[in-house]
Design a protein around this ligand. Sequence first.
Ligand code: GLU
Length: 376
Amino acid sequence: MATVDPASLDRLTPLRRARTVVVKIGTGVLTDPRGAIDRTVLESLANEIADLAEAPGRRVALVSSGAIALGVEALGFTARPRRMDHLQACAAAGQGLLIRLWSEVFAQRQRVAAQVLLTHSDFAERGRYLNARGALDALLTRGAIPVINENDTVSVEEIAFGDNDSLSAQVANLLGAELLVMLSVAPGLLDGERRITVVEGGDRSVDRFVRTDISGGGKGGMVTKLKAARAATAAGATAVIAPGRQPGVIAALMRGDDVGTVFLPMAQRVSARAHWIAHTLRGRGALVVDDGARRAVLEGGRSLLPSGVVEVRGTFRRGDPVDLVAAEGTPFARGLSAFSSGEMNVIRGRNSREVADLLGAPHGDEAIHRDDLVVL
Ligand code: GLU
C-alpha cells in the first residue's frame, strides 16, 4: 500500500471537512476543440458533483459557463462573435439550453438543477446579497444544485474578462463555503512544466508564475483564477485549481490524490466586512494621496485625513467605495468615502479645522475612517 506523505495529509484535511463546496466549470472544460458543448464531459461532471453532494451534510453549488458556447450555434453564428452585444445575445440564447442540459443530467441522479443568474452589483448591494443568500440556502437545504452563471444581458464582466472565476469566489464567500474548486483546462498552477501542488495561505510569491500579458486574453486564464483563489482563501476557504477534463478529478481530489493546485486558507482571516470591501466592492473613484498619508494608512493602520488627499478622481457619493493610490502605481487600499467627490474636492489638502469651516464637518473630519479602510 502506498504511504501517505504529510503534504497530502495537509491537503486532505480541509477538503474532507468542507461542508459547503462551490465547483466552477469554465467554458474550455465543457467544450470540444470546435467550441461545441461536449455532452459526455458535462454528464460525467454532473455525476462527479452528485457523488460529492452525497456526503452527509454536504452542500454543493455549481458555477457553470457555457451559455455563450451553446448560443453561438443556436443563433447561427459560424464562430464565437467578437462584438459584445452579439456575445450577450449568444449567452441569452444559450443559457436556457445550458440549464436544460444540467437539469437533464442531474435528474438522472435525482437532483434538481436550479438556475441562478447573478451580477457583480448583486454582491455589492447588501439587500440583494442577502436575497441571493436566502434563496441559495433554501435550494441547498432541499438538496438542489444551484447552477449559477453571470446575468450576461445586464453585466459583461465575466464575458470580457474572467469566465466566471471571480463570480465563483464571490459565490463561495456568499455561501460561507469552505472549499472552492475551479475546474480548468490547465492541470493547475504551473511553474514552467512543473505543477505547484500546494500554495500556503496568502503566499504571493506564486504571482511570478502567472504572466499577466498572455493570461488575460478574453477568457479567465490564470490571472483571474489566482485572484479568485486569493479572495476565497482570505475568507478562510480552501481553493483548488484542478484539471476539469481528467475523469474522476473531484473524487481524486477528495481522496487526497496529488491533483491540481491546492491553495490553503490564510491564517489571518479578514473580517467579513473587510473582505467585502477588498474583494467584492470596486472603487467608484480614486483618491491620490501623498506619501505621508500612504504611510499612515499602510504602516500605521490609520484613517485617511483630507489633508493627505492630493487629487480626486471620478464621481462618487458619500459611502461609496474608492481606491487609494499613491502618485503612481496601482491601488494600495480601498475604503468607503465619508464624503462625496464634490465635497472631497473642496476639502482635499485642508486640515481638520478648515474642513469644519468649509463643510461644517457633517460626517467627522476623516476622509475615510480606518474602520472603513482595507489595505489591498
Ligand atoms: N457567462 C458566460 C457563459 O456562460 C461566460 C463564459 C464565456 O465568456 O465564454 O458563456
